[in-house]
Design a protein. Structure first.
Length: 205
DNA sequence: ACAACGATACCCT
DNA sequence: GGGTATCGTTGTT
């Protein structure tokens, strides 16, 4: 049983202030936890996607800064939450202020507060709790009100190093899911063989 | 004011 | 694998 991450193990701004593909890959295996209804809920990140600042037509930042994507242009370590299809998805902003790059967190492996997440999601099925970006946000009770939060300082949500070393796991890189542009770029990263990953689980070669 | 469109998920076959 | 509910955002009248 993994222990809840400590505040001191929280990822710092420096972690996020690096090239987005690197951050996306290295976020795998980190703990994402959130305090909701006076409990900590969350798990281990197993699937991410990079959305780049430059030359990425699939990125929300591609047509510049607007009211709705403004937090994507804030400092590294900012939480960017956007609405889609009457649901929400969450990203960690990367690189630095004014860049417009972020990592979409697509799936976690449930670890903490599973009962609360089951309640938030209205399902008992562990596999359908956090497998996909909108499922994940619902399980963690993250919505547009959390947009713009600073992940490196916020009291109620954080991403941290795991307290016990996790076993080495192969990372696969494939095209991103659900987009129609830049479908050749391999900017989706996930843990090989992990059943909490959404979408295709084969390597794209 | 209105229409089109998603970085989705669910419910089928 | 395909159809669609659902709603905020954006672009077009």
């Amino acid at each position: 049983m993994n222990k809840l991450p400590l505040q001191k193990d929280r990822l710092t701004r420096e972690f996020y202030a690096r090239p987005t593909e690197i951050v996306a890959r290295e976020l795998l295996g980190k703990c994402l936890v959130r305090r909701t209804n006076r409990q900590w809920v969350g798990g281990i990140i197993v699937e991410t996607e990079a959305y780049l600042a430059d030359g990425d037509p699939a990125s929300h930042s591609a047509r510049g800064k607007t009211r709705s994507n403004a937090s994507m242009f804030m400092d590294a370590g900012t939480l960017y939450v956007y609405p889609i299809h009457a649901k929400y998805c969450m990203n960690a902003v990367t690189e630095g202020p004014g860049r417009g790059s972020a990592v979409l967190i697509r799936a976690i492996q449930p670890q903490w507060g599973i009962q609360q997440m089951q309640s938030n999601r209205q399902t008992q099925d562990l596999k359908r709790l956090t497998r996909g970006p909108a499922m994940l946000c619902q399980a963690l009770a993250v919505d547009r009100g959390d947009d713009g939060i600073n992940l490196t300082t916020d009291r109620n949500i954080l991403i941290a190093q795991p307290r016990s070393p996790s076993p080495a796991t192969d990372v696969y890189a494939t095209p991103r899911i659900g987009i129609s542009k830049a479908i050749d770029e391999r900017l989706r990263f996930f843990y090989r063989g992990n059943s909490f990953v959404s979408g295709p689980k084969r390597d794209h070669r």
